[in-house]
Design a protein around this ligand. Structure first.
Ligand code: ATP
Ligand code: MG
Length: 635
């Protein structure tokens, strides 16, 4: 039995779900009308499976909806409260953004960028990053933002794949007090790429750089640019951006998103989930290099004319109090982060957050991975002081915006720690078996989405075939996200991890999240990851990895306690063959555990593509610890 938390914001609008259930197409049609369109659509949905086009015939512009629409009433309202890693700060009002974006749009035009051209953006978390994105959107150029922590090889592949005409970067970026030389990375990445015509370089760190004939300095171009540039009237399905997935499961895929449907999805989910009000201060910790940053740092908050905090650096720099310090400084009311970050903060104990004034918070959210109930409760008590609902939002780069979440903006439903609760209105999500039949309550199966939704990807860039095979071949005309899940007796959805990672032991199937949550619920454990490796007798055996909380060291007793806990809470069947205690787990740069790698290491296999890894050292450390143990076990 899971615990239930009766907490909400008192908003209840059952009409929304009723309408959505009766006809999802006309429901989304109504939602889309909340945006500003240059001309209306003639067809709400053109569904030619598996390709969906939303609001066909409608003309719209993302930058217009993010900026122009607010100039009459909110021009002096702060849009971005920017906090630099080194304590610098900047405030950009809606008017400031409006001016900068128009100027930069003119800069792009002056370099020959036209509607439909791709522009790669490789910038740190500075306001010029959203400015560059919105400027692209303004003139119809498709942006492709690459996380500024990536190496030359990863960025090279992405520039090549998207055939970007212009690349935007900075001299350097700050990361944990050090300067990362971004311009040098770009110089290496674009070698031999004649199709890259221009590189625009923002001065951020003022480290020495060598300019080539393709290079232009951001401020020189901006000095000469005219401050007005009308937004292009674009087709609803005009490609707004390409974004490569985080690569947890393998090679990143170039997800292509459109405009009208995507913006509609964001506009709706932002108010349903975050209950956004004019007075709120929103803070999403995601890097804009990931989809969460695209959707809920750049587009959704600006569509709503919200005020948000944008932070440049690492969450634990210069120390583990940085996040709480930012929340206090900016009087943040809504905080959206990842389970990985929360597990890290939790590892440092309660004293740090307890020494800050977090009383302005009214709503908390998470995204990116299943949140362990233990971590949820810590978030609820220590950060939210038992007065903030927590929304656990499930979605993917491909889905554009949230698809599963509790929605305190429109309904109060009791929360269960670790459950994403329900699908958003207008989306039909089910848990099915191999044959596509709905499984009984509390039975595990595959998550599927049975109808198209406005934020869904248009396709994979230049690869319709892969788009069909990856998402639409397991079930006919249903989208297959590749996640394992169950619905409980109350119809709450529980995400149990990736379907590919499911542990199959002696005929039983166990989701990685179930077992990891159980291990993390031991008082001494901060983080855990599990994977299955082949076994001649049992078919598969489970291997577990655990990171202990600060100040705790491994011992035999601890291992016994954890194993006992697993036996009691899940059953003897789930007992791992081995628990490895490590100080780091291999994670993607967006903070997700790469079980694929753990598995390869434990199986002694070659490690494949690791371009999206956060920290190469974590892999060698895990490898080392596996080898040490094997040696001591004489295997
Ligand atoms: P790739 O597709 O290249 O392997 P990725 O799937 O890690 O990369 P994202 O699109 O950033 O890239 O991640 C989406 C995935 O993250 C989901 O499919 C799901 O497995 C997981 N996820 C996201 N939010 C949640 C959540 N709230 N609860 C459980 N899992 C989540
Ligand atoms: Mg994925």
């Amino acid at each position: 039995m899971s615990e239930i938390f009766e907490i909400g914001l008192g908003n209840n609008n059952p009409e929304i779900r009723k309408k959505a259930d009766s006809d999802f197409v006309s429901f989304w049609d109504e939602q889309a009308k909340q945006l500003s369109w240059f001309s209306p659509w003639t067809k709400t949905l053109d569904w030619n499976p598996p390709f969906a086009r939303w609001f066909v015939g409608g003309k719209i512009n993302a930058s217009y909806n993010a900026l122009d629409v607010h100039q009459a009433s909110k021009s002096q309202k702060p849009a971005i409260l920017w906090e630099g890693e080194n304590d610098e700060s900047r405030v950009l009002t809606y008017e400031d953004l409006f001016v900068q974006v128009q100027k930069f749009a003119n800069v792009l035009k002056s370099l020959g960028v036209k509607s439909g051209d791709r522009v790669t953006i490789y910038l740190p978390m500075v306001p010029e990053l959203p400015i560059a994105m919105l400027a692209c959107a303004r003139i119809g150029a498709t942006h492709t933002v690459v996380f500024s922590g990536f190496s030359a090889t990863s960025i090279k592949d992405r520039i090549d794949d998207s055939k970007s005409k212009v690349v935007i970067t900075a001299d350097g970026g700050y990361r944990r007090g050090k300067v990362v030389k971004l311009k040098e990375v770009i110089d290496e990445a674009i070698q031999g790429f004649d199709f890259v015509e221009h590189v625009i370089v923002l001065e951020r760190t003022k480290n020495e750089i060598t300019l080539t004939s393709k290079d232009h300095l951001w401020h020189n171009l901006m000095d000469e640019a005219s401050p007005s540039c009308d937004a292009e009237k674009l087709n609803s399905e005009h490609p707004l951006y390409i974004l490569y997935t985080s690569g947890t499961t393998g090679k990143p895929k170039g997800v292509l998103h459109g405009t009208g449907g995507y913006l509609t999805h964001l506009h709706s989910t932002y108010k349903w989930a975050f209950d956004i009000k004019d007075s709120d201060v929103f803070f999403c910790t995601a890097d804009i290099g990931w989809v969460t940053g695209h959707s809920y740092v750049v587009y959704a908050p600006l569509l709503h004319g919200a005020t948000e905090v944008m932070y440049e650096g690492a969450p634990d720099f210069p120390d583990a109090s940085r996040m709480w310090d930012i929340l206090q400084k900016y009087k943040v009311t809504i905080f959206y982060t990842t389970p990985t970050a929360l597990r890290m903060f939790m590892k440092f104990g309660d004293d740090i957050p307890n020494s800050f004034d977090l009383s302005t918070l009214r709503l908390l959210g998470t995204v990116g991975e299943p949140i362990n109930p233990e971590v949820w409760k810590w978030y609820y008590k220590t950060i939210g002081k038992e007065k903030c609902p927590i929304i656990d939002t499930w979605w993917q780069t491909e889905t554009g915006g949230m698809l599963i979440s509790s929605l305190p903006g429109i309904e109060t439903i009791p929360l269960k720690p670790g459950s994403g609760t329900r699908a958003i209105p207008g989306v039909n999500i089910a848990v099915v078996d191999e044959n596509g039949t709905d499984v009984a309550p509390n039975t595990k199966g595959y998550l599927v989405i049975k109808n198209p939704w406005p934020g869904m990807l248009l396709t994979l860039w230049n690869d319709d075939e892969k788009y069909k095979t990856v998402y639409w071949s397991k079930y006919e005309n249903w989208y297959y996200p590749g996640d394992y899940a169950l619905k409980d007796d109350d119809d709450y959805l529980w995400l149990l991890g990736r379907a590919d990672d499911v542990l199959k032991v002696a005929g039983h199937r166990i989701g990685t999240a179930e077992l990891e949550s159980c291990i993390v619920s031991h008082n001494s454990v901060a983080e855990s990851a599990v994977c299955g490796i082949p076994d001649e007798v049992k078919g598969e055996v489970i291997i577990a990895f655990a990171v202990l909380k600060q100040g705790i060291s491994k011992n035999d007793e601890l291992e016994k306690e954890i194993l006992l806990k697993i036996r009691n809470d899940i059953g003897p069947i789930a007992t791992p063959k081995q628990i490895y205690f490590v100080s780091k787990l291999p994670k993607t740069r967006s903070g997700k555990i790469m079980r694929r790698l753990l598995k390869a290491i434990a199986k002694n296999e070659k490690i494949g593509d690791v371009s999206t890894l956060e920290d190469g050292a974590a892999v060698s450390e895990v490898q080392q610890s596996v080898e040490d143990l094997k040696r001591s076990m004489n295997v």
